[in-house]
Design a protein around this ligand. Structure first.
Ligand code: ZN
Length: 227
């Protein structure tokens, strides 16, 4: 079998405009996320794409051979071209896996596929986040203990305006008292979708070993070729 083909898409905007973000992610968040995938999935083919490239790096032919697309966006959701969103949606329905990270909850593709506002509560206060594994047998939770923690993250709180997930893998608790459905699976057509909450741009979340493990596990799950 050929190796799993993954693209990590990053909007790559705040890395260029905010020195605090550039200090943590000097090569862009997408490169750090891709490095984590290469660490855990050495056999896979891991590429990157950004908003600024022609077709946002997602030309028809490239997307046609992609098995998993990982998406991080925040400030520039509105700048993503609608015809590219159409293209991604078609590929998901054909069977491409999609992993949407953090502020990607407001991306066009996530809202399109889920069909709900995808809104939530939030607060940037560097709070501790504890991610509880609520589906310990799930492939996305492989290798994790009962929970893991991030010392400083943005808080996301309920209500999270999404359809009830087909599978709930993580629920987060935050220092301020809120909880959030932080790891959710859905299926659309033949495609698998995973939303994973952590990853605010001013914290080194994508350098965290557990976070990297989860994204790699999710790539394996989302790209699992009809199994
Ligand atoms: Zn954020």
């Amino acid at each position: 079998m050929n190796s799993l083909r993954v693209i990590v898409w990053g909007e790559n905007v705040q890395e260029q405009t905010d020195p605090a973000v550039a200090a943590i992610y000097p090569h862009g968040m997408h490169e750090t996320i891709a490095a984590g995938l290469r660490e855990w999935l050495p056999e896979a083919s891991i590429g990157t794409a950004t908003l600024q490239e022609p077709d946002h790096g997602l030309a028809e032919a490239r997307l046609a051979e992609t098995e998993v697309l990982v998406w991080w966006g925040h400030r520039a959701h509105a700048k993503v071209r609608d015809d590219i969103v159409d293209r991604i949606e078609r590929r998901v329905r054909e069977g491409m896996g999609l992993i949407v990270l953090h502020s990607g909850h407001y991306s066009k593709i996530f809202i399109r596929l889920l069909g709900t506002p995808c809104s939530l509560k939030w607060r940037v206060a560097g709070e501790r986040e504890r991610l509880w594994v609520c589906a310990p047998g799930h492939p996305i939770a492989a290798g994790l203990g009962p929970f893991f923690e991030l010392a400083h993250e943005e808080m996301y709180g309920e209500p999270f305006a999404v359809p009830a997930p087909d599978e709930q893998v993580f629920i987060s608790w935050f220092e301020g008292g809120e909880v959030f459905r932080s790891g959710c699976c859905w299926r659309r057509g033949a495609g698998r979708i995973f939303y994973f909450r952590p990853g605010h741009e001013t914290y080194p979340t994508y350098l965290d070993a557990n976070v990297r493990r989860v994204i790699a596990n999710a790539a394996g799950w989302a790209g699992s070729r009809g199994q």
